[in-house]
Write a protein that binds this ligand. Structure first.
Ligand code: BTN
Length: 258
């Protein structure tokens, strides 16, 4: 069994923007729990679980996280994320960038890339998934990072398509260190979201680590499949594809093939 994160959570409150933490040995989904937090509690709040019995991913998919996975949700007051409605998808992109920065700060030897809209990949295998949801005037950011959990015991599909830090690096993987680093980078990225400074532009910084740029990809958006050469993302977070009929902007969807 991996050591519990429970003993490290005071340091999380002391060293990050999180004001309150809830820890569970086992829970259905940290996102579901985060959505149900009382209306009057302090924010940002953090919900951490050692295990989830009903972890959720995008598009109604389930999320597998074995013993040692880093599984948590951060709850923010929607008003503290200064974005107009047509740019809300930037929260998920900013989260991906924050998690990437944190992971490469702690483990610089790992080449982490971003897959639109919000996966982290290493060698085309999924290291981390992000699920951002809005509920009751709050933004819930759910993060599942394969950290101390070896995928050698994972279901076959996860083993084929996923990857975990512990299987990649020679050094010790410490979820508490990663959690603090992610929260610090997340706070910084959220604060930068409203910035008009050209150097802060998320689309430029995100596109620099995009796993899809320069590749032909197929993206399913509702009932439509669009295939094209990926040119990164634009300032509202849309994926840019050069297709047979010109440049298309995909505002939401799932990349099906690469
Ligand atoms: C995806 O890749 O589709 C997103 C996966 C998000 C998984 C995390 S684990 C912590 C949080 N709680 C959930 O139920 N889901 C997110």
């Amino acid at each position: 069994m991996t050591a519990s994160l429970a003993d490290h959570l005071d340091a999380v409150v002391a060293g990050t923007f999180v004001r309150v933490v809830e820890h569970h040995d086992e829970i259905g989904s940290t996102n579901d729990c985060a959505r149900e937090l009382g209306a009057d509690g302090p924010l940002p709040a953090l919900v951490v679980a050692e295990r989830q019995s009903a972890g959720r991913g995008r598009g109604g998919n389930s999320w597998w996280g074995g013993d040692g996975a880093l599984l948590f949700s951060v709850v923010l007051d929607r008003a503290t994320v200064p974005l107009p409605d047509d740019r809300r998808s930037l929260v998920a992109l900013a989260t991906g960038l924050a998690v990437r920065s944190a992971v490469v700060t702690v483990h610089p030897e790992v080449d982490v890339r971003l897959k639109w809209p919000n996966d982290l990949l290493v060698d085309d295998r999924k290291l981390c998934g992000i699920l951002v949801e809005e509920a009751n005037g709050r933004t819930v950011i759910g993060i599942g990072l394969n950290a101390e959990n070896s995928l050698s015991t994972a279901p076959a599909e996860v083993r084929t398509r996923g990857v975990s830090l512990v299987d990649l690096v020679d050094s010790t993987v410490d979820r508490s260190v990663l959690l603090r680093a992610i929260l610090r980078h997340l706070e910084a990225e959220i604060a930068r979201l409203g910035s008009m400074d050209e150097d802060d532009r998320l689309d430029r910084r995100w596109s620099a680590h995009c796993a899809l740029t320069g590749r032909v990809v197929a993206v399913r958006s509702h009932d439509r499949l669009t295939e094209g050469y990926c040119e990164g993302i634009d300032e509202v977070g849309a994926l840019l594809l050069r297709t047979s009929i010109g440049r298309e902007r995909i505002l939401s969807g799932t990349v099906e093939s690469r």
